[in-house]
Design a binder for this molecule. Structure first.
Ligand SMILES: Nc1nc2c(ncn2[C@@H]2O[C@H](COP(=O)(O)OP(=O)(O)OP(=O)(O)O)[C@@H](O)[C@H]2O)c(=O)[nH]1
Length: 770
C-alpha cells in the first residue's frame, strides 16, 4: 500500500510532532539560553511530546523567551484556514468575513449575477467555474471586547483534485474553521480534510453552514462529526428560526440571543431574552456541551463530578483548552449566503483557536551534519526561519508565500535558501489580500507574508543569512498522482511550453511532468481529470500555448506476486571499450515502498558498482516492464556477482541491474495494479435505483447508503478506470441533480482481461513508434 495511506495517524495526537520535528536552540545563534531566560532542558530535549499536555509543557518553557510586548502582540494574532467538502460554502463564508471585518466594501457571490465573483476566487478560471482552485491568503482585523485581532486567513479548495492546496495551507496554519453543510452533513471530503487536519495537528472550530436550506439539521451533522470523524463535538449555539426564517443563533454558553440585522446581516443585536420556544432546547444542548467537555477536559470533569454548575468563564476556558488540545471541536451554525451567524465564528476564532505561540513548531537542525530535532522559538528576536509554502506567478513576477516560524523578516535584508545555500535579498515584502498586496517593511514571528523574485520550490525552507542557522522545516505531504495524459503543443514550441511546465511543477508538487523518449511524448500526471484540465487551460491562457492532449490515462502501477531469483550478466566485449557486469540475487514482493538491498561478501562487487546497481534499480522502477508504468512494492536484493578487471564500470553494473530487474520482474508473475477510488454520490431519493444501477454497471462495490428526508448518499469503491465519463452518465440518470466526489483509496490488481488489453496496447504503441 502507498505511503500516503499508511502515514495517516489514527489518533488526534502526535501527528504534527511526527511531521513537525523539534527542539534545541542556543549557541550557534550567538544567543545563550540564559539570555532568553529559559532552561536548557526546553531546547535540548530531543524526545517528542506524545500528548498535548507534554507539548504544552515545552511550549510554556519556550514562551518564556517572549517579553511582555511580544507576548501581547502574539495573543492578537490568528492564522486560520477555511476547509471543507466541495461546495459547502467556504468561499461564501470567507466573503462575509472580509466584509464584516471591513476588508472589502461589498459582498459578491460565487457564480453571482453581478459577474464579479467572490474576492478569494480571483483566478479567471475560478470565477468561470465557480470553484476554488488555488488557496488564497488574506488578512483582516476583528474587534472583540475592545481589542483588535489580526487574522491571516486562507480559503482552500474543496475539490479533491486540488488537495495539495489544502495540505500546504494546513501545514502553515495554527487553526481552522471546518465548514460542514447542514443538509449533507459530513461528506467524503469532510473526512479527507479531517484527516489532513489531524496530519498537521490543526485544531478546529466547526461551522455548520446552509441552515437556510430545506432539510437543514445541524444536530444531525454534529452527530455525524462525533461518529464519522470520531471527534467529540458539541453545539455552542442553537438556531433561531429555521430555513428561510433563520434570524440568528442563541449563544448557549452565555444564554444570549444574537440576531443578524441590517441588509447584509452586518448588525449583530444581542438580546439576553432568548425566545421562549427555545429555552428548553438551550438548556438541553448546554447540558450536552458540559457533559462532552467533562469527557475531554479534566478540570471540567472535576466540576461536573462534584455536581457543580460551571460558570460561563469555566466553560469557555475548557472549550479553549480542549480545542487547542485537539480533543474537541465547538460547533457554531448559520448561513453564509443568508448572512446569519458569521460574526460569532470570528469571536470563536479569537476565543478558541490558538495564537501562534500556542502551537509547537519544530524543525530539523541540519547544520552539524547530524540531524537533530529542534523547537522553534516563537520570538522575533531569534534568528529567522521560514517556510515557502506556496508559489504563484503574478503580475510582478514570481510571488513566494512564506510563513515566519522564528525570528522576523525585514525588507532589504538577506535570507538563505537552505537547499541551495544561496543568499537571496528580500527586496519587497508584502501582505496578501487575495491577489492584491500591501507593502510592509517587516513581518514578525507567526506571520504570513509574500516576497518577489525568489527562486525556490514550494515546501522549501529559508533561514537567516548567517550560514550556521540551518533549521529545515518539514514540508507538506504530497500524495501520488493517479491520472496522466500526453501533451503536445499544436504549433512549434518556442520555449513557452517547457517554461510553463517548469513553473507549474515548482508551484504544485502533485503536478508531475515526464518525457517519454521512446514514445517522444510529454506526459503530465496529477490528481484527477479536472486538475490536469486546469493546467492545460492555464497553459493556453497564460502562455499562449494551445496543446493537443491524449486520452486521460489511469496511473497504473506494476507489481510482482511471487519471489524469484536472478543471475544476469551484462556483456559487451566486441570492439572498443568493453562492458561487463554480473549480478545475482533475489526479487521479492513487499508492502509499500520499493527497496534496494545488498549483501556482498569478499568485495565481489565493489561499493561504487553497488551504488550504480542501486541507480539501475531506481531507473527500472520508473518504467515497469509490462506497460511502462511505475513499479510498486518490489525489493531487489543483490548477494553475489562478478566483475571483469578491464571491462567493468559503473555503467555496466547500472545496465546489469536494469537487465536483472527486467528478467526477474517478468519471472515473478507480474501484475498491473489500478487505482481504486472511494466514491460518494448524492442525489434526490427518487433517483436511487438509477444511481445504484449505474454503480453496479461500472463494477463498483457499494459500501454504505444513507437515506435522508430528500436525498440519499451512497459510498462505493470503484476503479478509476470505470469512472471516466461518470459525471455525464450521472447527470443523465438524475436529471442533472446528482453530485459525486471521489478520492484515491488504494491500488488493486486489475482484471486479467484488462491486463492483457493494456499490455497489447503498450506493445502495439511501442512497435508503431519504432
Ligand atoms: N442556501 C445556501 N447556499 C449557500 C450557502 N453558502 C454557500 N452557498 C452556495 O453554495 C455554493 C457553493 O459555495 P462556495 O462558497 O463556492 O463553496 P466552496 O466550499 O467555497 O466551494 P469550493 O471552493 O469550490 O469547494 C454556491 O452556489 C453558494 O452560493 C448558504 O449558507 N446557504
Amino acid at each position: 500500500m502507498l505511503k500516503l495511506w499508511r502515514s495517516i495517524p489514527g489518533t488526534f495526537g502526535a501527528a504534527r510532532l511526527s511531521q513537525r520535528p523539534h527542539i534545541s536552540l542556543k549557541g550557534r545563534y550567538g544567543l545563550s539560553t540564559r539570555q532568553f531566560g529559559v532552561s536548557r532542558r526546553a531546547f535540548e530535549e530531543a524526545s517528542i511530546p506524545q500528548t498535548y499536555e507534554q507539548e504544552k509543557e515545552v511550549l510554556d518553557e519556550l514562551n518564556k523567551t517572549l517579553d511582555g510586548e511580544e507576548s501581547a502582540g502574539l495573543s492578537k494574532l490568528r492564522n486560520i484556514g477555511i476547509s471543507a467538502h466541495i461546495d459547502s460554502g467556504k468561499t461564501t463564508f470567507t466573503e462575509r468575513v472580509l466584509y464584516y471585518t471591513g476588508r472589502i466594501k461589498a459582498i459578491h457571490e460565487v457564480r453571482g449575477r453581478d459577474n464579479v465573483g467572490a474576492k478569494m476566487d480571483h483566478m479567471e478560471l475560478e470565477r468561470e467555474k465557480g470553484i476554488t482552485i488555488q488557496s488564497a491568503a488574506t488578512y483582516c482585523s476583528w474587534d472583540k471586547g475592545g481589542e483588535s485581532y489580526h487574522f491571516n486567513l486562507i480559503d482552500t479548495p474543496g475539490h479533491i483534485d486540488f488537495t495539495i492546496e489544502v495540505e500546504r495551507a494546513l501545514r502553515v496554519l495554527d487553526g481552522a474553521v471546518l465548514v460542514v453543510c447542514a443538509v449533507s452533513g459530513v461528506q467524503s471530503q469532510t473526512v479527507t480534510v479531517d484527516r489532513q487536519m489531524r496530519r498537521y495537528n490543526v485544531p478546529r472550530v466547526t461551522f455548520i453552514n446552509k441552515l437556510d436550506r430545506m432539510g437543514a439539521d445541524p444536530f444531525r451533522a454534529i452527530q455525524q462529526i462525533n461518529q464519522k470523524l470520531k471527534t467529540p463535538a458539541a453545539a455552542i449555539q442553537v438556531p433561531i428560526g429555521t430555513e428561510s426564517d433563520l434570524q440568528g443563533v442563541v449563544n448557549i454558553i452565555d444564554r444570549v440571543a444574537l440576531y443578524n440585522e441590517g441588509e447584509q446581516g452586518e448588525k449583530l443585536r444581542a438580546d439576553p431574552e432568548i425566545p421562549a420556544s427555545l429555552k428548553d432546547l438551550v438548556e438541553e444542548k448546554r447540558a450536552a456541551l458540559i457533559e462532552t467537555l467533562a469527557d475531554v477536559d479534566e478540570e471540567m470533569a472535576d466540576i461536573y463530578l462534584e455536581g457543580n454548575e460551571p460558570t460561563t468563564d469555566q466553560i469557555k476556558a475548557a472549550i479553549r483548552r480542549a480545542t487547542i488540545g485537539r480533543k474537541f471541536t465547538p460547533v457554531l451554525m448559520g448561513s453564509a449566503l443568508a448572512n446569519r451567524g458569521i460574526q460569532p465564528v470570528l469571536d470563536a476564532v479569537v476565543d478558541f483557536l490558538p495564537q501562534p505561540n500556542e502551537v509547537l513548531n519544530t524543525g530539523l537542525d541540519v547544520s552539524t551534519g547530524v540531524e537533530k530535532r529542534v523547537n522553534l522559538l516563537p520570538t522575533s528576536r531569534a534568528p529567522f526561519v521560514g517556510l515557502a509554502f506556496k508559489l504563484e506567478e503574478g503580475k510582478y513576477g514570481q510571488l513566494t508565500y512564506i510563513r515566519v516560524y522564528q525570528g522576523k523578516l525585514k525588507k532589504g535584508t538577506y535570507m538563505k535558501h537552505l537547499n541551495s545555500g544561496k543568499k537571496v535579498k528580500v527586496s519587497r515584502l508584502v501582505r496578501m489580500h487575495s491577489n492584491e498586496m500591501e507593502d510592509v517593511a517587516e513581518v514578525g514571528v507567526g506571520e504570513i507574508c509574500a516576497t518577489f523574485g525568489i527562486d525556490c520550490s514550494s515546501g522549501d525552507t529559508f533561514v537567516g543569512q548567517n550560514s550556521d542557522q540551518e533549521i529545515a522545516m518539514s514540508s507538506m505531504f504530497v500524495p501520488e498522482a493517479v491520472i496522466s495524459l500526453s501533451l503536445t503543443p499544436k504549433t512549434k514550441d518556442n520555449g513557452a511550453f517547457s517554461k510553463a511546465l517548469n513553473r507549474f511543477q515548482k508551484e504544485d508538487p502533485t503536478f508531475r511532468v515526464k518525457y517519454d523518449p521512446e514514445l517522444k511524448e510529454t506526459i503530465i500526471s496529477g490528481m484527477g481529470e479536472l486538475h490536469l484540465e486546469i493546467y492545460v487551460e492555464r497553459m493556453k491562457r497564460e502562455y499562449g500555448v494551445d496543446c493537443v492532449t491524449g486520452k486521460p490515462q489511469v496511473a497504473y502501477r506494476e507489481a510482482i506476486t511471487t519471489p524469484t531469483t536472478f543471475d544476469y550478466t551484462h556483456k559487451k566485449q566486441s570492439g572498443g571499450a568493453g562492458q561487463y557486469g554480473r549480478v545475482m540475487g533475489e526479487m521479492t514482493p513487499i508492502e509499500g515502498e520499493n527497496k534496494f538491498t545488498q549483501h556482498i561478501v569478499g568485495g565481489k562487487i565493489p561499493e561504487k558498482y553497488l551504488l550504480a546497481c542501486a541507480k539501475g534499480f531506481e531507473d527500472s522502477l520508473e518504467k515497469g516492464p509490462l506497460i511502462g508504468h511505475r513499479v510498486l512494492g518490489v525489493q531487489m536484493h543483490i548477494n553475489d556477482g562478478q566483475t571483469h578487471v578491464v571491462d567493468s564500470s559503473e555503467l555496466s553494473f547500472r545496465t546489469a541491474a536494469q537487465g536483472a530487474f527486467k528478467q526477474a520482474f517478468l519471472n515473478a508473475n507480474p501484475v498491473i495494479l489500478e487505482p481504486i477510488m472511494s466514491v460518494e454520490v448524492s442525489a434526490p431519493n427518487e433517483f436511487q435505483g438509477g444511481v445504484m444501477g449505474l454503480i453496479n454497471k461500472l463494477g463498483g462495490m457499494i459500501l454504505d447508503t444513507v437515506n435522508g428526508p430528500d436525498e440519499f448518499t451512497v459510498t462505493a469503491e470503484c476503479s478509476l478506470n470505470g469512472m471516466f465519463g461518470f459525471s455525464t452518465s450521472l447527470r443523465a440518470s438524475t436529471q442533472g441533480k446528482g453530485e459525486f466526489s471521489m478520492e484515491f483509496k488504494k491500488y488493486a490488481q486489475c482484471a486479467p482481461q484488462l491486463q492483457r488489453q493494456l499490455i497489447d496496447e503498450f506493445t502495439k504503441k511501442n512497435q508503431a513508434k519504432k
